[in-house]
Write a protein that binds this ligand. Sequence first.
Ligand code: ZN
Length: 510
Amino acid sequence: MITCFRRCALSVLALAAAVSPLAAAAQDKPAPISESEVRTHIAILASDDFEGRAPGTSGETKTLDYLAKTWASYGLVSGTNDAATPWFQPVPLVERKPYAHRFSAMRGSRTIRIDSDAVILASKDTQGQARGEPLFVGYGVAADGTLNADVAGRIVIMLSAEPKFEGAAKLPSRREREKLLAEAGAAAVLLTAPDGMSWGAVRSALGSGSMRRASDDAAPPISGLLRADALKALLRPAGLSPAAAMRQAGEPGFAPVSLPVTLDLAATTSVRAFDSHNVIAKLPGARPGSGAILLLGHWDHFGICRSEEAEDRICNGAVDNASGMAVLLTIAERLARSAEMGAPLDRDVYFMGTTAEERGLLGAYHFADNPNVPLDQILVALNVDTVAIAPKGAPVAIVGRGETGLDEIVDSIAIAAGRTVETGTEANAFIRRQDGWALAAKGVKSIMAGGSFADMALLQAFLTTVYHQPEDELTDATPLGGAADDANLHVDLVRHFADEAKYTPAATGD
Ligand SMILES: [Zn+2]
């Protein structure tokens, strides 16, 4: 109500100012985006009514509807560039939800006690099973990126962390390694739980179901995850501790270790193929053909992520990533308003909400493989994810610093806006964990700039508590100062990059 009063008062003032010769100049620049504008959109997207925005649920329908209608209300048009599928790009997915599993580990005739909650198993088809001695393969690949063992028919235990070998160039990601193992005929692939993530978050991510693109559905007959205590119990008969196993796995001459244990795995899984969607809006520029700027963020989250007996079953994803989508809406509103007020941008600006980021950047990869805008026309991609972390006035970090040649521009625009700049590259630890990676991997200049990745202690405090849990909800304490700052920073960034006179992409070979 106070907001309404202030807005009304401001618009009266704006009307009064319209008689002054300065009015036109003043109106070229709408007021900065406020915390309350960001909050309004988060409150809707992260409400229980949207059921946690899981792909393929009624939460998806509501989310897509809200995003497209809000963008359209600002004057944006469909950005799919395809009259047959306006606004929404179908993304064919296959979802697997584990129903039940059996997991037993024997050493000779003795049972190794492992808590059944410490293992998550899913089958590729409705039913799957595997039996045998597991092979601990470390990262699964040698320093040249090829598989380090013959895994045909084997139950493989692999580290989920990114492989690091001294001197080795870029090694395949966890997903790529899983795919290599599946193609090589592994009977089962059991991953260690990722570091720095609570088991609850792991369960939300994989226990509630895995998703793959229908076009990229190579999976072993059984996939699973092992909690730290389960891994420890399986390594012990080989005389290995988890720490020793990790250390050996990182050594260049590492050889996989067969564990003297018999595992018996069986899983029943519900398998569903369906179309989810990326939503794409466009603010047409005044000079078509001069290239495009893409802003993106993921609209999806984990939906109903806890069993029936839980008090709160919905993973609302207020910070992750209702906050980013809220910011993309406010940016679109400001840019569309200044275009209407006679200051159109030269270049087209696309706004994309991607699906299934939480399931492995699936919507972003689908777009990168089937782009509605040719990728070589996208001069800059700016991803906005998890922005409600930092307080107002936080420094600006860049995920992707040093990779695109854009750093100096971003830094100077941030400084001009009164922000300080974090010039370290710590934030690059997240480079493969965000949608922009799908585009960067295909050569698009892609960064994530803002306050959330500037202070690792603050970010870790989020990642190790409410992240991917039902507690990621909008509260009075949710910090939105940094989100509003980042929204305004992106308005400035787009104004720069979408202006032909201000930004000319460097020639190839840069
Ligand atoms: Zn997430």
